[in-house]
Design a protein around this ligand. Structure first.
Ligand SMILES: [Zn+2]
Length: 124
C-alpha cells in the first residue's frame, strides 16, 4: 500500500498547489467602463464554472484526506470495498486511491446481488 500513499500525497500536493480558480469580483469593472451586454452572461457563466471547479476540487481533496486517514488508522481494511468486502483491484486504487467501493458496487451491481458468477461456482 506504500505506492497508494505516495499517489494520494502527490494528488493532494497537486490540488493544494493548484489553488482555487480566481473568481472575478462582481463590480470589479470601473464605473466609467461600459459594460458590454453580450459579455455579462458570459462572465456569469465563467463564475459558475469556476465555483463548480472549486467545489469539485474541495470534494476531491476531502476524499484524499479521508483516504490518507484510513490508510494510517486502518491499513488492514484499506482497499476493501465498503459494500461487498471484496478487495478493490490495485489497478483501480492506483487510478482512484480514494475509492471506497469496487467498480461493481460503484456501478450499483456486484456478484452478491444475484449475479450468475456465484451460482456457477456453487455448481462445481
Ligand atoms: Zn464491492
Amino acid at each position: 500500500m506504500r505506492q497508494i500513499r505516495a499517489i494520494l500525497e502527490r494528488e493532494r500536493a497537486g490540488l493544494v498547489a493548484g489553488g482555487d480558480v480566481a473568481l472575478r469580483q462582481p463590480g470589479a469593472a470601473t464605473a466609467h467602463e461600459k459594460v458590454d451586454d453580450d459579455a455579462a452572461p458570459l462572465a456569469e457563466m465563467e463564475q459558475v464554472i469556476a465555483s463548480n471547479r472549486n467545489r469539485e476540487r474541495a470534494q476531491r481533496l476531502a476524499a484524499i484526506e479521508g483516504a490518507l486517514v484510513r490508510l494510517t488508522n486502518q491499513p488492514d481494511t484499506f482497499g476493501v470495498c465498503e459494500v461487498c468486502d471484496e478487495e478493490i483491484p490495485l489497478r483501480r486504487l492506483e487510478l482512484m486511491p480514494w475509492a471506497r467501493r469496487c467498480t461493481q458496487c460503484q456501478a450499483g451491481d456486484h456478484p452478491q446481488s444475484g449475479g450468475p458468477r456465484r451460482h456457477r461456482a456453487d455448481f462445481r
